[in-house]
Design a protein around this ligand. Structure first.
Ligand SMILES: [Zn+2]
Length: 222
């Protein structure tokens, strides 16, 4: 009864299309669940995003959950997670991702870190929310202490991959790399556009440890 009353006062809306959700729906409406562009190439290797990393870094696998399109529903979802404080939505989508994995796949999930000043400003790291949801559902541990972002860079918008990579090269630092030796690591971020951030952070991990590296983005641009 109270639930119904609250729902009338503050209706819960779909985070992808803003339509009011019915009682049995959570986070995303049924229609959007069917319509969201999921690439459907989740575990296969190589896949539709491999070309962004192939030949540039030694890696094991790359995954993406959604196909990102400018102005689409996936962008709307990511915007909520990144800029509208919807940490729980990030965890929920991370959990959706996590259902496809088990500890047999990876030893540690590492979220793409934010610089401490950006973290203070935003209050949370959206990649860590996704990683946390993924960890809780898959049973794979996650660590925020092995990869740090020690340098803040200006916006990368408008730069090509080489320019992005150059400005990101000295941004990341690996802590206690010996703990990652021989581990199957999956580096998690909200979006993969050019792949420069994954390449820069991944290169640091590969240079510091003998860990086997994979990448996972909640959404990727084709
Ligand atoms: Zn919807």
């Amino acid at each position: 009864m109270i639930h119904r009353f609250l729902q009338l006062l503050y209706p819960k809306c779909c985070f992808a299309c803003d339509q009011v959700l019915i009682r049995s729906e959570n986070w995303i409406c049924t229609r959007c669940r069917f319509e969201l562009p999921s690439p459907g190439l989740f575990l296969e290797q190589p896949n539709w995003i491999s070309h962004k990393l192939d030949g540039l870094i030694e890696y094991d696998r790359v995954h993406a959950y959604f196909l990102f399109a400018e102005g689409g529903k996936v962008q709307h979802l990511l915007h909520q997670i990144k800029y509208k404080g919807q940490q729980q939505l990030g965890e929920y989508l991370g959990a959706c991702v996590g259902r496809s994995f088990s500890p047999a796949d990876y030893d540690v999930i590492i979220p793409m870190p934010l610089h401490p000043s950006r973290l203070k400003e935003r209050g949370y790291n959206q990649a860590a929310c996704i990683a946390k949801g993924m960890a809780s559902e898959s049973g794979i541990p996650f660590s925020e202490s092995h990869l740090l972002r020690t340098k803040q860079v200006a916006s990368l918008i408008g730069l090509n991959r080489a320019e992005r990579y150059a400005s990101l090269e000295e941004v990341f630092e690996v802590k206690s790399p010996e703990e990652l030796d021989g581990k199957r690591i999956v580096l998690v971020d909200d979006t993969l556009t050019t792949g420069a951030t994954f390449l820069a952070a991944g290169a640091k991990i590969k240079a510091a440890s003998t860990g086997k590296l994979s990448f996972l983005a909640l959404a990727a641009l084709k």
